[in-house]
Every structure is written in C-alpha cells, then in structure tokens.
Design a protein around this ligand. Structure first.
Ligand code: UD1
Ligand code: MG
Length: 463
C-alpha cells in the first residue's frame, strides 16, 4: 500500500517585520495571498482533507480565504514558535489520519514549486531516514537558520540566526523550512521540544538535533534554485517574490504560444489563462481569474481583472475591463472602461471614453465615443451616438434602460431610466428621453431651434 502523505502549513504568525496590521500570509504576491501559493504547490501531491493549516493572527480571514479548498485548520492562539505551531496540530492530525509521512511547509514561502515538493517526498521515500529537509546555499544567508553538519557531512542541527555564533553565521547553507518527516517520528518528538531560553519560542528546527541525538538520521535535499525557498519576512522580499512569480507566469505563457511585449513591464496573475497567438502589450496588467482566448490583443497599459475574453477580442491601449464577459471578435478601446458585470456581444465595438456598468451590449452594436451606459440591456445592431448618457440613478435607486435591436441613438442623447426604446426606432440627437419610444418610431425630445436673422447687428446697436 502506498504511504499516505499529509501536510502542515504554518500560517499563524503576524509577521512583525512586515510592519502591517494584516497577517503576513495574507499579503499578496503574483496576485494571490502568500499562503495560497503554498497550498497550490502542496495540493499537487497532498489531498486537501489531509492538509492542516495552522492559523492564529486573523484566523477568521485566513480561514475565509482558504475555506473552499477543503483543508483543515488548527488554531494557534498564541504564537509560541514554529515547533509549538506544529505540536498543536496533533489532534487534527489524528482526525486526518496520522500515519504515513508529513510534509511541513511555511506559509511565507510562496515560490516553492510542486516539482520541488515532489523531489522532497521522493527523497524521503527512498527510506532509511527519519526526515528530509530542503536546504540551499546563499551568498547572503542572513536571517535564515543555518545548517550544521558533522564531520561525515550529516546534518546534525539547525541554528537560528539569533542564536548563531559569528562562525556559524558564515555558513551559507540555510534551512528552507520545508520538511518531509515520518509522521510517527514527528508526533513522538515534537511535543518534547523545549522553548528557546533566549526567545521563549519553541523552534521546529530544534527537532533535527533532538532526533539526531536519539540516533535518527536526517537528510538534506540541497536545491540549486535558491529563489524557490525565499521566505517572505518583510516587504522588500514581498516585492521580490512578486517579481519572480510574475516572471515565471510570463515565461510559462510565452512558452505556451503567447506574445508578450516587454515582458518585464507586464503583470499577469498566477491563475490567468491566455490562448495561443494572443499578443499582450507592454505595461498590461491581467489579474484574478481572467481567461483570454486565442488571437486576442491586449493593448499597452490595459488592465483586465476577473474577466472572460473570447477568441479574437481586441482590447486597445489603456482600457479597464473588470468582471466582464467580452464575446468573440469584439473590439474595445483604446481608453474604454468596462467597469463591472458587463456582457459585450460578438463583434461589438466599444470606443474611446465609453464606460459600461452592468450592461448587456448586443452583438455587432457600437458605441464608439464618449458615452455612459449603466444598468442597460442593449440589443444587437444598435448604434449609440457620441455623448449618450443613461441616467440610471435618481438619487435614491438605480433603474434600467432597455434598448431594442437595431436602434439608432443620436449623439448627446440623455436616456432617463427607467425607460424603454423599442427595436428599430430612432432617437434624434440631443434628445432627453423619459418615455417609451415605440418600435420603428422617431423620438425627438428637444426644444426647437429658433433663428433670429440680423440679431448680432441689432445687438451692437445703431442700425
Ligand atoms: C524560519 C526557520 C528558519 C528558516 C526560515 C525559512 C524556525 C525557528 N526558523 O524562520 O530556520 O531558515 O523559516 O524561511 O522555524 N508561524 C506560526 N506560528 C508561530 C510562529 C511562526 O504559524 O508561532 C508561521 C509563520 O506564520 C510563518 C512561518 O511559521 O509562515 C515561519 O515563521 P517565521 O517567523 O517567518 O520564521 P523565520 O524567522 O522566517
Ligand atoms: Mg519566515
């Protein structure tokens, strides 16, 4: 029978060095919270119901964020150190099934890949050792726990920066905080760890020395790519991790057939999907759960969030698209704002300085310049003239505007909602529309022009 894997993710700390009111693991890099990256990587190997997340600072917020993943939680009321955080998981681990092996991860290491967790697990599977931990060699190891090795090269202990002697501080090999350990051994020893006399915290890292002292072997898996185990303790590191995650994402997309202009300026969140031969312009930002089809264009400086773009959609320069769906072949921008919850039909065109909010905009319809279309249902083949405004708010409530298929709305029209403009009708330029416009009618809602010949000369007097 295959040995079962469990995971413990430590995410209870406030992260004092972040100088934030927000718990450290909730800070975002690559478009999602640090701890979410860790769970994504762990999830490749370990079932959610066997994953325990230790929460403490802002426990409710962390639980709310991760709740839908189906993982378990253990609450560490006081943050008495990484060793204490693991120890309090025992009850929950009992329920999750405490046999097999446990992978321990720190919630502040978002760059770790599923591949590396896999290597760690396979190294531990080779047998003969109680635990394997991931280490790497850094030129600037300050801040990390250092790996002490015996004469024979075996890992004998981890010494924390604070407790390290000047000589030990020169050691370049550091602890990543990622371990795979036989579960039985873990639960036998973790409760025995003593608080550090200087800090009063229980260090998980002391486990190595305790196990070694009992004749158990601990092995290190030294990884080449040190960026993978960057632990985020302050905001400079947060920014560095963000850059690395975005770089990885851009690379993944380019290798998958997406063109990215000046990729170092572009920011694409981890979960974004982009189809083949789509071209992404410089300084574009694509975030959240956005899905972009094939052969699309995202213009320079455009921001797209939590939206779906069908194949062949062209978004010009400097547009904003939020929580909207844009169907195949539609064209947006430059300088358009699809604020929220819009649905733009196939082949429709939204031009410069047009704002849409909670609007269904029919297939092939056009609003090429300077318009506000809010809370509207607009049919197919409609032409919205420049300067058209839906007055959707009366100071108390929002109201809808309905525009049937094939309607022509003349420039500078004001549509006072709730109002209905039925199919194939015309609204004359400059109209204020407050009542239903019947099908195929022309509505004029403006005062007549009067012309006073010779008025200027009379005003000047004399004649
Ligand atoms: C830890 C390691 C260090 C390693 C480094 C790698 C220890 C004692 N030290 O140091 O050897 O080089 O990570 O990044 O383990 N946490 C809790 N409860 C607590 C304390 C911490 O859940 O009581 C969580 C934190 O939220 C964080 C993680 O554990 O996600 C690590 O804690 P942190 O304070 O960042 O430890 P480091 O000083 O970075
Ligand atoms: Mg840390």
């Amino acid at each position: 029978m295959e040995t079962k894997l469990s995971a413990i993710v430590l995410a209870a700390g406030l992260g004092t060095r972040m100088k934030s009111r927000k718990a450290k693991v909730l800070h975002e890099a690559g478009g999602q919270a640090l701890v979410e990256h860790v769970l994504d990587a762990a999830g490749a190997w370990i079932a959610a119901e066997r994953t325990i997340v230790v929460v403490g600072h802002q426990a409710e917020e962390v639980k709310a964020l991760l709740g839908r993943r189906g993982c378990r939680f253990a609450v560490q009321r006081e943050q008495k150190g990484t060793g204490h955080a693991v120890a309090i998981c025992e009850g929950e681990a009992e329920r999750a099934g405490r046999t097999g092996r446990t992978v321990i991860l720190y919630g502040d290491c978002p760059l770790l890949t599923a591949e590396t967790i896999g290597k760690l697990v396979r190294a531990q599977e080779r047998g003969g050792v109680a635990a394997t931990l991931i280490t790497t060699v850094l030129e600037e190891p300050a801040g990390y726990g250092r790996i002490l090795r015996g004469e024979d090269g075996r890992v004998t202990a981890i010494v924390e920066e604070k407790a390290a002697t000047a000589e030990q501080k020169k050691i370049g090999e550091i602890n990543s905080g990622i371990y795979c350990i036989e579960s039985e051994v873990l639960w036998k020893y973790v409760g025995r760890l003593k608080p550090n006399p200087a800090s009063g915290e229980v260090y998980l890292t002391d486990l190595v020395e305790v196990m070694e002292g009992d004749g158990l072997r601990v092995e290190a898996l030294v990884v080449e790519d040190a960026t993978e185990i960057l632990g985020i303790n302050q905001r400079v590191e947060l920014a560095a991790a963000d850059g690395i995650l975005r770089g990885r994402k851009a690379r993944e997309l380019m290798l998958g057939g997406v063109t990215i202009r000046q990729p170092e300026t572009v920011s694409i969140d981890s979960k974004v999907e982009v189809g083949q031969d789509t071209v992404i312009g410089a300084f574009a930002q694509i975030g959240g759960r956005t899905r972009i089809g094939a052969e699309c264009v995202v213009g320079a400086g455009s921001v797209i969030r939590d939206s779906v773009l069908g194949d062949g959609v062209k978004v010009g320069e400097y547009c904003f698209v939020g929580t909207s769906v844009v169907e195949e072949g539609a064209e947006i921008g430059p300088f358009s704002r699809l604020r929220m919850e819009n649905h733009v039909g196939e082949g429709a065109q939204i031009g410069n300085f047009v704002e849409l909010k909670k609007t269904r905009f029919g297939a092939g319809s056009k609003a090429m310049h300077l318009a506000y279309l809010g809370d509207s249902d607009i049919g197919a083949g409609v032409n919205i003239g420049a300067g058209t405004i839906t007055c959707n708010y009366d100071g108390v409530a929002k109201h809808r505007t309905e525009i049937g298929e094939g309607v022509f709305v003349g420039s500078n029209s004001t549509l006072v909602a709730p109002v209905r403009i039925e199919g194939a009708s015309y609204v004359a330029a400059g109209s204020v529309i407050t009542e239903t416009v019947p099908r195929e009618a022309l509505a004029l809602g403006r005062s007549r022009q009067t012309v006073k010949p010779g008025w200027v000369k009379r005003r000047r007097g004399g004649e």
